[in-house]
Design a protein around this ligand. Structure first.
Ligand SMILES: [Zn+2]
Ligand SMILES: [Zn+2]
Length: 328
């Protein structure tokens, strides 16, 4: 009997010991769990704090503390276009002083005008009648009289179209130089070409991409065309592709005009009648020479008066197409 009691007593002690061990284990485990819980909470709060700070920053609106916008690493190249509204103030209204200031010269006879060419292979040395290529229209010569450039009514139309083109080019990001801003001035062609250079400094390299001459035609006809260059231009420093470049520029612009305005193409859009223009012989950069509509034709004149903005946009888009196609 004692033996049985001893066994029961031992079993009870063993069970108690086991229970105590379980309890201790439980407490230890619970304590670990609390540590884990605490650790998790701390991590969670650490994570939320920076987020909250980040979220607060824009609300504080403290622009002074914001990092400055990153500077572009590459400078965007300035793309300069010269726009030349043809003609202007009548020469009969210009005093001698005004003529001189506008770039007109006097020949040995005291007549006012300008020389058609530079000396062969040179720039900014007038031919003065010799040492040049001598190319001139049938009844013309090296000398171009000032009054030959007078046109009634054309100057205003040209200025309107050129101003519209300028606005569109500027929207596209181009820098535009106008050879004249009003109808109360009439610079010589030689003077207008100075706009191809930085601050008109002709001792520097020309920095404009192209020179676009905006005219309107007269003398019987209808529609728009560019005047194509001829050959034999020998001014110093021009590109070997000077002729092709000018003709391609004219074609790009005229195609746009014919597509986007009510004007049709005159002479298939290319008029080869005036290869001896002073501008072709004196410009250092490609020239697009536009004859937009016939201002002495009433239906063309109506279009010129009502669609000046569309004409300007077409000029700008044609220039942009040329610049893009040539990777300028
Ligand atoms: Zn000459
Ligand atoms: Zn003209």
């Amino acid at each position: 009997m004692n033996r049985t009691r001893e066994i029961v007593k031992s079993v009870c002690i063993a069970i108690c010991l086991i229970l105590i061990i379980f309890q201790v284990c439980y407490i230890v485990k619970l304590s670990d769990y609390r540590h884990i819980l605490l650790a998790e909470n701390e991590t969670a709060s650490e994570q939320t704090v920076p987020d909250a700070q980040t979220a607060d920053e824009p609300e504080q609106g403290d622009t002074e503390n914001q990092a400055p916008a990153a500077e572009p690493t590459e400078l965007v190249k300035e793309k300069i276009i010269v726009l030349d509204p043809g003609h202007g103030k009548s020469s009969s209204l210009m005093s001698e002083e005004e003529r001189g200031l506008s770039g007109w010269a006097q020949n040995d006879d005291g007549d006012w005008g300008e020389w058609r060419h530079w000396k062969s292979g040179e720039m900014w040395i007038d031919c003065c009648g010799s040492g040049c290529n001598g190319l001139a229209p049938e009844n013309g010569s090296c000398w171009y009289p000032i009054e030959n450039g007078d046109r009634d009514g054309e100057g205003e139309i040209n200025l309107r179209n050129a101003q519209a083109a300028r606005n569109y080019l500027q929207e596209m990001g181009y820098t535009v130089r106008m050879t004249r801003e009003t109808n109360d001035e009439n610079p010589s062609i030689t003077e207008r070409i100075r706009s191809c250079y930085p601050q008109k400094d002709v001792t520097a390299a020309p920095d404009a991409l192209v020179f676009v001459c905006v005219h309107s035609n007269a003398g019987g006809g209808s529609g728009s065309a560019y005047l194509s260059l001829g050959s034999g231009y020998d001014q110093g420093g021009i590109s070997p592709t000077y002729v092709e470049d000018g003709n391609s520029l004219g074609a790009y612009i005229n195609n746009r005009i014919v597509t986007e305005t009510s004007l049709s193409a005159y002479s298939d859009g290319c008029y080869p009648g005036q290869p001896y223009l002073i501008l072709f012989h004196k410009s250092p950069i490609p020239v697009g020479y536009m004859e937009i509509g016939f201002f002495d034709n009433s239906s063309d004149l109506a279009i010129l008066e009502s669609e000046s903005d569309a004409i300007g946009r077409a000029i700008a888009e044609g220039i942009d197409e040329y610049v893009t196609a040539n990777g300028l």
